[in-house]
Write a protein that binds this ligand. Structure first.
Ligand code: 5GP
Length: 200
């Protein structure tokens, strides 16, 4: 997605060759117009695939899931990382290890909101190690729902996430794929159509 790549180039901060800071427009302060365009882009990719629910994980995936769900005309569900006192019903729950935060947390979705009748599109902000998304795919499997695909806003293609998901036969679409990055040389993207490396 050209608009997104240009914005990452313009406002993203490459903190190291592994970490990209995008909190001025994607995951702290949020550009709502760009978010809606991202939702439309995922909806276009998955149009005609009979998606009944968009699923994400709190917190940084929520606005992208909402934009996508709105464009598809379906509800979205966000998996919770902490068990609230109101979450009293039966849950699908899996442990996820966060490499960025160096902690393991329990990810849960109420059994009321996912069923074997659902065709699910997972949407999230980043695909890095894939731990969070692999956890979500396990929850979808537990529910018996069909996982149609995974949409990521930014994929760090030099990390193992895509490989882990594809190994499980899961279709992955990322709107911006980063081949490599460094504070000195900036970001090199992978063109989604040709697979060519582009500096944007
Ligand atoms: P995972 O390693 O499980 O694929 O990524 C888990 C979460 O870590 C992502 O959803 C995202 O919120 C966060 N994350 C991973 N890499 C980066 C990064 O380079 N920059 C930012 N801002 N967040 C990241």
């Amino acid at each position: 997605m050209k608009l997104l790549q240009e914005r990452i180039k313009q406002d993203g901060l490459v903190l190291s060759d592994k970490v990209l800071k995008v909190d001025s427009f994607l995951n702290h302060q949020v550009d709502a117009v760009l978010t809606m365009e991202i939702g439309k882009a995922f909806a276009e990719i998955y149009a005609g695939k009979n998606i009944t629910k968009v699923v994400t994980i709190e917190a940084s995936g929520i606005h992208f899931a909402m934009a996508t769900a709105l464009a598809l005309g379906v509800p979205f569900v966000y998996a919770k990382k902490k068990k609230a006192v109101t979450l009293t019903e039966d849950l699908y729950s899996v442990p996820v290890h966060s490499f960025t935060r160096q902690e393991t947390y329990q990810v849960s979705v109420s059994k009321r909101y996912l069923s074997a009748d659902d065709h699910v599109l997972i949407v999230d902000d980043f695909l890095a190690t894939g731990a969070a998304l692999v956890g979500l795919t396990e929850i979808i499997n537990m529910s018996g729902a069909e996982l149609v695909g995974v949409g990521c806003v930014i994929e760090k293609s030099f990390q193992e996430g895509r490989g882990l998901l594809e190994e499980k036969g899961i279709e992955v679409h990322s709107l911006a794929r980063i081949e490599s990055m460094s504070p000195e040389n900036g970001i090199i993207f992978i063109d989604n159509e040709s697979g060519a490396k582009v500096t944007c």
